[in-house]
Ligand binder design. Structure first.
Ligand SMILES: [Zn+2]
Ligand SMILES: [Zn+2]
Length: 370
């Protein structure tokens, strides 16, 4: 029996991040448990009962760093959502779904030319979908973009929330890179929340050699079981040492070191980006997947001399979600070891924990317990 609630229970960010003009001190936002009315659903909308919503660094950017949300607070954060349709469009009733993190308008020129993942009027829960976000009991969303979950076996629906963002962003990045079977790949930040899926994705798509770079040696060992063929620890090393290790790996394994590598920079931090720029070589491609505020110095003319590319990538087209979901359900991409759930009532302490940890052990998915 599907229960349609009277109210949506939610953890709202009621106050935006503020910066003290004199001291420059940033005060994070404030969370408050509250309830809001269930809106009247349009014909093409449904109400989804949230099973889980992942905590993403983008949420923390809004909460701690003053990155502005399109919808001004109060609003509910959270854009990595799975759940069950409980009201609205009849043909979706009772279905388990993943809600894409960004939902394109499908009308503009970008949408019509295949660039809908970067549609300028796209809707994102917890940012630009009115006051609605995933850290709630329910959320109203357009039905056209939903990805239906079928035959999920023993994978909990709440774990599949990570498909909404962490596991789909790498697929879009691989498409953007025009990744082909037999391509050689470097992933900088291979042990992070998106990096672990980047490696599994490129391997599943037929990459030949995948070299993972990150700091933590123990996590790098784990990466070898999940998509990476070789790993390099960047801990306490100069860029030139890392480049030499890369060349050694190529030499020992009969790989061409000098050209053609596709490099995915997932960290968004300056050290990772500088490394990516250093490793970019003839006919190579650098795909910028991570976000940070750093500025880098680079001789752009190298791109000319190398006949190389630097590309950005954003979100993921809803059309790709069923493909990624299939890769997850068929265990080509394993999410279990990288996901853990916590009750949503712990949201404040989880935000704090993830914010302090920088790169936590596992993606934390909050499950509603209102
Ligand atoms: Zn995100
Ligand atoms: Zn559009």
């Amino acid at each position: 029996m599907l229960q349609v609630p009277d109210k949506i229970q939610t953890w709202q960010m009621v106050q935006p991040t503020s910066k003290d003009k004199e001291t420059g001190e940033v005060k994070p936002g404030r969370l408050e448990k509250t309830s809001i009315p269930v809106p009247t659903l349009a014909a093409d909308e449904v109400l989804v009962k949230v099973a889980g919503c992942g905590v993403c660094h983008t949420d923390l950017g809004y909460f701690y760093d003053g990155v502005p949300t399109v919808q001004k607070p109060p609003l509910t954060l959270g854009h990595e959502i799975s759940g069950t349709v409980v009201a609205g469009d009849e043909k979706w009733m009772g279905k388990e779904v993943i809600i894409p993190a960004v939902m394109p308008c499908r009308k503009c020129l970008l949408c019509k030319t295949g660039r809908g993942n970067r549609c300028l009027v796209q809707k994102m829960p917890g940012n630009s979908l009115g006051v609605y976000g995933g850290f709630s009991s329910h959320i109203p969303v357009p039905s056209i973009d939903l990805c239906e979950v079928r035959n999920r076996g023993n994978i909990p629906l709440e774990h599949l929330a990570v498909v909404a963002d962490a596991a789909t962003t790498p697929y879009q990045a691989a498409k953007r890179a025009d990744l082909q079977p037999g391509d050689n790949v470097i992933i900088i930040g291979v042990t992070g929340g998106v990096g672990v899926y980047m490696a599994q994705t490129v391997k599943a798509l037929g990459a030949k050699a995948v070299i993972g770079i990150a700091r933590n040696p123990a996590k790098l060992q784990r990466a070898l079981q999940y998509g990476a063929d070789f790993v390099i620890s960047s801990q306490d090393k100069q860029i030139k040492d890392i480049r030499n290790e890369f060349r050694d790996i190529c030499k020992k394994n009969g790989l061409e070191a000098g050209f053609g590598w596709k490099i995915f920079e997932v960290t968004g931090i300056k050290a990772g980006q500088d490394m990516a720029l250093e490793l970019l070589s003839f006919t190579g491609k650098l795909i910028v997947v991570g976000f940070g505020m750093a500025k880098n110095e680079y001789m752009l003319s190298r791109l000319m001399a190398f006949d190389a590319d630097i590309l950005g990538t954003w979100g993921c087209l809803p059309e790709y979600y069923p493909i990624v979901l299939n890769m997850v359900l068929s265990k080509k991409i394993d999410i279990g070891p990288f996901t853990e759930t916590r009750p949503m009532s712990q949201i404040a302490s989880v935000f704090d924990e993830v914010h302090k940890a920088g790169s936590p052990e596992k993606r934390i998915v909050l499950t509603p317990d209102f």
